[in-house]
Design a protein. Structure first.
Length: 591
């Protein structure tokens, strides 16, 4: 027995000691991580910025401390980081060019891809070169890479160029199998978000607007690629109709879609020629992570704050495992905007919006905060991939609004969806209900039955008042009569290019354009931009990972399910959504 106890105690002691050692090693690693991230990267002469277009692009990247510690490459790319890196590469004399390697890259929106492409075009104004290489170019990566001076393709590779299509999902019949129905109140014939749950095909109005915006996006892509590759638009359309992804590789060269067929190891020789170095010399490369720590131009003058508002608009952070994505949390954003309003060092604010909308109540609270901020200092909105429904709601009070050509915006409308689980409970599970009440509507919203006609009429009135308020907010912000706004509202989705003509936005332009405009409105001679909210401390990110926020399982599910992830996530979270919504269709399926 003594020997057994000794063995047990020795094992326990060993585990404790090992745990302490591992903790010390982790702390040392994290200290090294923080120290390395805080330092600056020295740029060698004759360097190349290597941009790996692989992974998921979001408005801002989320750092994963555990991945950094264990040397794993993050598959999360931030538009903010990419555009910043391209600007630094343009301004740094030691960086001679950009090498883009195309991989399995997924953008959060066509507008974000356009923003990267525009930043690369601006880089070329410096006289520096861009070279792109891919084993396979997806349509999205080819659109970005088409700006390059030289496009190289693997001799057995392909260029996917096929046009755009949208395949909306409808899960009404799936829910019905479980005895679940969705009761709907909405204002706006184009407000198609609920169709996914209440219909089995697209409405005529939705088909009209989807046709309009995917055609508009495709026309922008055609125009841009045509200008860069010197290929007529008619030819690019013909190539798409021929589905050139399956064409002979030599034909792709003849079509001028690519410049040369070479293997991966031969790309280095092409870059060395551009750098004018010997074949035996090493290429000095800088990754996107390196570029984060490269010093940019020295900050001068007054501060223009750039506040990032991206994701779904929600009332408050729920803290549950169902919300894995970044959200615009109303109570947090309102506090942040108040802080910017009271910060005397901040002379103007650019609100960077990339949101399909969400809670109508939360959108109204943020609108109020933007209005208060605008009363004290200029506010300019820069629209990213989406600024629609609630995303437009929080934008419309600004002094000036910029959008990208392919920003999806508008969708001025409101709806309420109310899941009815009574069929699941009574028919599928055999649960029985009875009722006793003191007043006529005391059982309003009971799970025992769906809403009756009178209750639905009350809900319709409530939704109608919300729509009228939304419409008035837009009319006041855009200085238009309510009747004019009604003509372009009704939940209709508009592309940025089209929104300009109907005065939903003031100009087509980038985030940089919005910053310049904010400085102009604040009458600043010298200025610099500072991004908000500031990134979380590494230890907070680490704790959130440990608690499951943005968990590994969720990331793996996204990769495994691909385009099916969003609709399945919707079914999972439907009962956790705010009932009254100002938002786009749940998943704008464009491929």
């Amino acid at each position: 027995m003594k020997d057994f106890l000794k063995s047990v105690l020795a094992t326990i002691t060993g585990i404790v000691v090992l745990g302490i050692i591992m903790a010390i090693i982790s702390v040392i690693s994290m200290v090294g991580l923080v120290a390395s991230s805080a330092g600056s990267t020295k740029v060698a002469e004759n360097s190349v910025f290597t941009l790996m277009l692989s992974g998921q692009l979001d408005e801002r990247a989320t750092d994963d401390p555990l991945s950094m510690i264990y040397g794993q490459v993050s598959d999360n790319l931030g538009l903010e980081d990419i555009v910043s890196a391209i600007k630094k590469a343009k301004d740094n004399e030691d960086i001679k060019g950009i090498y883009i390697e195309a991989g399995m890259f997924s953008s959060d929106s066509p507008a974000s891809s356009h923003a990267i492409r525009e930043a690369l075009l601006d880089f070329k104004k410096s006289g520096k070169w861009i070279v792109a290489y891919g084993d396979t170019y997806t349509q999205n990566t080819y659109y970005i890479c088409s700006v390059a001076d030289k496009i190289y393709l693997n001799p057995q590779g392909m260029v996917d160029w096929h046009g755009l299509a949208s395949n909306p999902y409808f899960v009404k019949d799936l829910l019905a199998k479980f005895g679940v129905k969705v009761q709907l109140c909405k204002v706006g014939k184009y407000k198609s978000a609920p169709e996914m749950l209440t219909a089995d095909k697209m409405s005529d109005a939705n088909r009209e607007q989807v046709t309009a915006y995917i055609t508009g996006i495709w026309n922008v892509m055609l125009k841009d690629v045509s200008a860069s590759r010197n290929i007529p638009v008619d030819s690019l359309n013909a190539y798409a109709d021929r589905f050139v992804a399956l064409a002979e590789q030599n034909d792709l060269v003849k079509m001028k879609l690519v410049d040369k067929l070479i293997y991966t190891d031969e790309v280095k020789d092409e870059i060395k020629k551009l750098l004018k170095i010997d074949k035996d010399d090493e290429i000095a490369q800088l990754t996107l992570a390196d570029m984060k720590n490269v010093k940019g131009n020295k900050e001068k003058g007054d501060k223009v704050a750039v506040y990032y508002a991206y994701g779904e608009i929600i009332d408050s952070e729920t803290g549950d495992m169902l919300q894995q994505e970044h959200n615009i949390v109303a109570n947090t954003v309102c506090k942040d905007l108040e802080a910017l309003m009271n910060d005397d060092d901040v002379k103007a604010v650019v609100l960077r919006v990339n949101s399909p909308g969400g809670s109508a109540y939360a959108s109204e609270q943020i609108w109020h905060s933007v209005s208060q901020l605008k009363a004290k200092k200029p506010v300019v909105v820069s629209m990213g991939g989406y600024a629609a429904s609630g995303g437009y709601y929080i934008s419309c009070a600004a002094n000036y609004i910029y959008s990208e050509p392919t920003t999806i915006t508008g969708s001025i409308g409101i709806f309420g969806m109310f899941p009815d689980f009574s069929g699941l409970l009574t028919e599928k599970l055999g649960v029985k209900f009875d009722e006793v009440k003191t007043n006529k509507h005391a059982a309003f919203g009971t799970m025992a039955r769906p809403f009756n006609a009178e209750e639905m009429a009350l809900l319709d009135q409530y939704i109608g008042r919300g729509y009228e308020l939304f419409r008035k907010r837009v009319a006041d912000g855009r200085k238009q009569p309510v009747a004019n706004i009604e003509e372009i509202a009704q939940g209709r989705v508009w592309l940025g290019n089209d929104a300009l003509g109907i005065k939903l936005v003031d100009a087509i332009g980038s985030l940089d354009d919005a910053i310049k405009k904010a400085a102009e409105l604040a009458k600043l001679k010298e200025y610099h931009a500072t991004n908000y909210p500031e990134p979380e401390d590494w230890w907070i990110s680490l704790l959130e990972k440990a608690n499951g926020k943005g968990s590994y399982i969720d990331n793996e599910m996204r990769q495994a399910l691909g385009e099916y992830y969003e609709p399945l996530r919707l079914v999972k979270t439907i009962n956790h959504q705010s009932a009254i919504q100002a938002r786009l269709p749940y998943y704008l399926n464009i491929n």
